[in-house]
Design a protein around this ligand. Structure first.
Ligand SMILES: Cc1ncc(COP(=O)(O)O)c(C=O)c1O
Length: 378
């Protein structure tokens, strides 16, 4: 069976994990965690970077740092992963879902302002498939209504909007380094922000509510409980895995981009004949080839194609049942406006295998099999 995803592995991970063991520092904020966060700071020109145990936890930290409270409203797309909403629901906020654009499947920036009420505190753009949301418009609305912008850049590591790395544009940015992402540490993530005045609060939050980070830097003699906190810092073993990937980031991203281009070029004739639609990348946006999807005409065609591909040993998947139609979505949120595209697009999207190291033979077999399904011939 052709896997849908294989976790990225470049070959140096074990050496670095061994080094972490030799360092006798397995807990959080060891040498590898520091190397990874410094790398992201320098490469993406951002003041504050904290590795976390997941993007879910990065989003939870962002909700706490943005001071989201009971009764607040947070605007986001419904076409997203549950964690985007969970982090704010945990703070007692209610979620206001806004429809997506049919081209990028990102939140439709032209519909956001109408969803703003006196209770609105934040907008959470999700950069679907590593393709940026229309950030200039979103930032303008946020500025005008004094709202925080928290980028869910779980899939957006290495992508840019008008030259700016995703995750560094809003007030907070959140990455995922889950095994399904371009770069991985098994489970993991990061929170990024520019505002240095929030550094201490973030450190305390991430270290169980204590000022242990200050203690480790030798700035205080003993550490104590300062405020509410949790344990959001990953083991240095995981960071060692991520460090290997950061060193090889160019190779990983180029490999994925080659696969994206291959799919896109080879499937174009079928798209031109109207069998399905291909991804759209708006101008000014560099994406990271996080995924390759096609959009079939409807749910039935998608289900039939999935079954056919499975018979041919190819695993293809879809995701995101719109949050507003789930039991929790109904309990914790509401959809503002009309659902023109969220449900429709979610029912016809199909993701093809995409991972670092996808071989030429495998890619060819996948596109040939899809061609065979639609035209009856290789
Ligand atoms: C858009 C989005 N946000 C958040 C997450 C959560 O990431 P993690 O698994 O690192 O918690 C995911 C996971 O796939 C995601 O796709």
């Amino acid at each position: 069976m052709i896997d849908f995803n294989i976790p990225p592995h470049v070959g140096t991970e074990l050496d670095y994990i061994k080094e972490a063991i030799q360092n006798k520092k397995l807990c959080g904020d060891g040498p590898f965690t520091k190397k990874c966060s410094e790398w992201i700071k320098n490469e993406f020109n951002v003041n504050q970077v904290f590795l976390t145990t997941s993007c879910t936890h990065a989003l939870e930290m962002a909700a706490l740092l943005a001071d989201i409270k009971e009764g607040d409203e947070v605007i986001m797309p419904s076409y997203t992963f549950v964690s985007t909403a969970d982090a704010f629901v945990q703070r007692g906020a209610s979620i206001v879902f806004v429809d997506i654009r049919s081209d990028t499947l990102n939140i439709d920036e032209t519909l956001i302002e109408d969803a703003v009420t006196p209770a609105t505190k934040a907008i959470v753009p999700v950069h679907y498939a590593g393709v940026s949301c229309e950030m200039d418009t979103i930032l303008d609305i946020a500025k005008h209504h004094n709202l925080k912008v928290i980028e869910d850049a779980a899939q957006g590591f290495g992508s840019t909007y008008k030259g700016r790395p995703l995750g560094t544009i809003g007030d907070f940015g959140c990455y995922s380094f889950h095994e399904t992402k371009n770069l991985s540490m098994g489970e993991g993530g990061a929170i990024l922000f520019q505002d240095n005045t929030l550094q201490e609060k973030a450190e305390i939050l991430r270290e169980k509510g204590t000022n242990r980070s200050k203690f480790f830097r030798g700035q205080i003699d003993k550490y104590t409980w300062m405020d509410y906190g949790s344990s959001y810092l990953p083991s240095d073993l995981n960071a060692a895995y991520l460090w290997a990937q950061l060193e090889a980031v160019k190779t990983i991203q180029e490999d994925r981009m080659a696969s994206f281009r291959f799919y896109n070029d080879k499937l174009k004739p079928l798209a031109q004949r109207g069998y399905f639609e291909q991804p759209v990348i708006p101008e000014g946006i560099e994406h990271n080839a996080h995924m390759y999807y096609i959009k079939l005409p409807d749910l039935e065609t998608r289900s039939k194609l999935i079954t056919y591909l499975k018979k041919k040993n190819i695993l293809s998947v879809f995701h995101y049942v719109p949050l507003h139609s789930s039991p929790a979505g109904q309990k914790f949120g509401r959809f503002h406006g009309i659902d023109r595209y969220t449900t429709k697009e979610s029912e016809r999207l199909l993701r093809l295998p995409m991972y670092y190291g996808l071989t030429q033979d495998t890619k060819e077999y996948i596109v040939d099999t899809i061609a065979c399904y639609f035209t009856g011939q290789y």
